[in-house]
Write a protein that binds this ligand. Structure first.
Ligand SMILES: [Zn+2]
Length: 299
């Protein structure tokens, strides 16, 4: 169904949607008053949905939830209506998920990936007369068209260039970055990497309290090396409220690299940092172009 994932084909919501679809009817979106959409049913491949994992966009009718026992996060309608769910205050539990495939938009050799990031300069130059705002968007679009979102399957299956998107979070960062960021747990000094990112599908962040960096289980943790000094050049917004970053770069096997945390098989050679802060502060920093700006921006 167009709005959320249902597992049971006989779910009352699915039955009603199918009835409307058969007569070419429209569906009233209650949370969005003046909007109607066509009744529609879409079949979705759920082989990568892991039983137990938290799922945001899923039907919370017992018939659906009991078939694939996900944790419902941000429940939509039914539970709230009948009062059987305390909403988003449920404790969330960790389920290891090594099922998600890596993105396949591109398949570049190390040299090709290097050239890809070097072309950012040209991309930014081509819209220079329209201002920094246009340049940030152009760089971001260029990345988006070619980058591969990292999945949770073994990193040896991933192809370049890669994007550590929103499901990846910093575990350790340099002290100069970390000082104002309470959400980064460890200082990366002397660990062999500038930044350590973890995949929330593989690494249980809740479990690390009181643990020494060296004793962590490296599964889902990726060392990120800033060999081109990109991360260091990121311009940050003043105030540092709710700021964050996503990294793009070239994934390389660890051969003779030495890291303090033993066990990772690959590291990310950072080539581009996408920075965000508050609700609308955004920047792209890389080899050929680096800038940060408030959006929307009046020219
Ligand atoms: Zn349902």
């Amino acid at each position: 169904m167009a709005d959320c994932l249902h597992i049971d084909a006989n779910c009352p919501y699915v039955v009603e949607e199918a009835r409307l679809h058969a007569i070419g009817g429209m569906v009233d979106i209650k949370s969005w008053p003046d909007y109607m959409r066509k009744a529609e049913i879409t079949i979705v491949d759920t082989t990568e949905v892991v039983p137990g994992e938290s799922h945001q966009d899923a039907c919370d009718m017992p018939c659906c939830e009991s078939r694939l026992k996900f944790q419902i996060w941000d429940p939509n309608t039914y539970r709230n209506l009948v009062g059987i769910h305390p909403n988003a205050r449920d404790p969330r539990y960790f389920v290891r998920n090594a099922l998600h495939r890596h993105g396949t938009k591109s398949n570049m050799s190390l040299e090709e990936a290097e050239a890809f990031f070097e072309r950012v300069k040209e991309v930014a130059e081509s819209v220079k007369e329209r201002g920094v705002h246009a340049q940030i968007i152009a760089v971001s679009d260029y990345m988006h068209k070619h980058e591969n979102h990292l999945g949770s399957r073994p990193l040896s299956e991933a192809v370049n260039p890669v994007f550590l998107w929103g499901i990846f979070h910093p575990l350790a960062a340099p002290k100069w970055w970390k000082d104002n960021c309470y959400w980064i747990k460890y200082d990366s000094a002397d660990t062999g990497a500038e930044v350590w990112m973890y995949d929330e599908r593989l690494f249980d962040r809740e479990k690390i309290d009181g643990q020494d960096f060296k004793s962590l289980n490296p599964e889902g943790i990726i060392p990120c090396v800033d060999s081109k000094g990109v991360f260091r050049r990121v311009e940050r917004a003043h105030g540092n409220a709710s700021e964050g970053f996503n990294l793009r770069g070239i994934l390389k096997p660890i051969e003779d690299r030495v890291f303090l945390l033993k066990g990772p098989t690959h590291f990310l050679d950072i080539r581009e940092v996408s920075y965000h802060a508050h609700e609308h502060y955004w920047g792209e920093s890389g080899i050929g172009f680096s800038d940060t700006l408030e959006f929307p921006h009046e020219e």
